[in-house]
Ligand binder design. Structure first.
Ligand code: DAH
Length: 345
């Protein structure tokens, strides 16, 4: 028996030495340790061995099993190492090659502008208030002094969600109404309301069915148009530089009286006339006015005691002017170049 085991060992050693491929090792393993392998067969013979020899037979069996296992494992290791070395050689990295530049992201232009304007107003004690984009006709029009059938509704035709009472807001002005209604003591208010607005416009370079507005409302005692002008001047200088001039032109909004258009001096030609300002020297950036007494009353305010100013900017328009973007659709068509490397927002 002992000789038989020694012979097996020799045989395994020799066959291992000749092996070139990993698959051959697998065959070899099953030739000895597989179901019908030589060592496995040997183990079945233990039942025929006389009782007193069983122990030494068992020891020898263990010995050859351990030997075979260890030999196969160490051969497997040789193969593994060889494979690893080959792989390392193939995939060697040249650390002297220049790396791939990972570009930092920057905020979307509109988001950057919003945060910039919000920070400015918060520094003046304003709160930032948001309202729903799906709005009631009551807040979007009715309480803003725009009853059904009012001609000024035509310019703000929007998308109706349910009957003619629930719609996508056409302006951020309903947030004024919501805030004044919710203010229980009917005291002073200072808010700005940024957000998305919608209109049934056909999209082109200067129109979009979805756009962003920035609303402002200040209510207090003794507020005058001069306060509005001061506030507008601060915004203009903040966005377009210290030498930005402002002017009001009279206008009409049902929810303000008087109403104005807010113009800034053309930052491009400084009044000489160019394509951006259509040779007028001025650029209109928003609407504003003194809150109409009827709107104050609609929201439970005493219009004899309290007054206020309100304004609304189109944010895309401001961003287009500030960054020289010529097509409003750029904001919504995922062209990342409009945000690239912008360090000023
Ligand atoms: N909501 C107006 C619009 O979308 C803009 C506006 C004008 C807002 C005058 C105001 C305002 O608060 O006082 O055209």
């Amino acid at each position: 028996m002992k000789e038989e085991i020694e012979k097996l060992k020799e045989e395994i050693k020799n066959r291992l030495r000749d092996i070139k491929k990993e698959e051959e090792l697998n065959n070899l393993k099953s030739d000895y340790l597989g179901k019908n392998g030589k060592i496995t067969e040997l183990s079945t013979k233990i039942k025929d061995v006389p009782k007193e020899e069983k122990k030494s037979f068992g020891l020898l069996l263990n010995d050859i099993k351990t030997f075979a296992n260890d030999s196969f494992i160490s051969k497997q290791k040789e193969f593994d190492e060889k494979r690893l070395n080959e792989q390392l050689e193939k995939e060697s990295i040249d650390v002297t090659l220049p790396g791939t530049v990972i570009r930092n992201g920057s905020p979307n232009i509109l988001e950057g502008m919003l945060e910039d304007i919000e920070a400015l107003f918060m520094s003046m004690g304003y709160d930032v208030v948001e309202g729903p984009e799906v709005e009631k006709d009551l807040y979007n029009f009715e309480l803003l002094n725009l009853p059904k059938g009012h001609p000024a509704r035509d310019a703000q035709d929007t998308f109706y969600i349910k009957g003619d009472e629930i719609l996508l807001r056409s302006q951020t002005s309903p947030v004024q109404i919501r805030t004044m209604l919710a203010n229980e003591n009917k005291g002073p208010i200072r808010i700005i309301c940024p957000g998305k607005t919608y209109r049934r416009d056909d999209d082109d370079a200067s129109h979009s069915h979805q756009f962003t507005q920035m609303e402002g409302l200040l209510v207090d005692k003794d507020v005058s148009l001069a306060d509005l002008k001061g506030c507008f001047s601060i915004i203009a200088k903040h966005l377009f530089g210290e030498d930005a001039k402002t002017r009001f032109r009279s206008s009409y909004y049902p929810f303000t009286e008087p109403s104005v258009e807010m113009d800034i001096s053309c930052f491009n030609c400084h009044g000489d006339g160019c394509a951006i300002c259509k040779s007028t020297g001025w650029i209109t950036v928003g609407g504003a006015g003194m809150v109409h007494p009827k709107v104050l009353q609609n929201c439970g305010y005493d219009s004899e005691e309290m007054s206020g100013f309100a304004f609304g900017f189109g944010l895309e328009r401001l961003a287009m002017l500030r960054y020289g973007i010529t097509d409003v659709r750029t904001f919504y068509t995922n062209d990342l170049r409009i945000n690239a490397d912008r360090k000023d927002v």
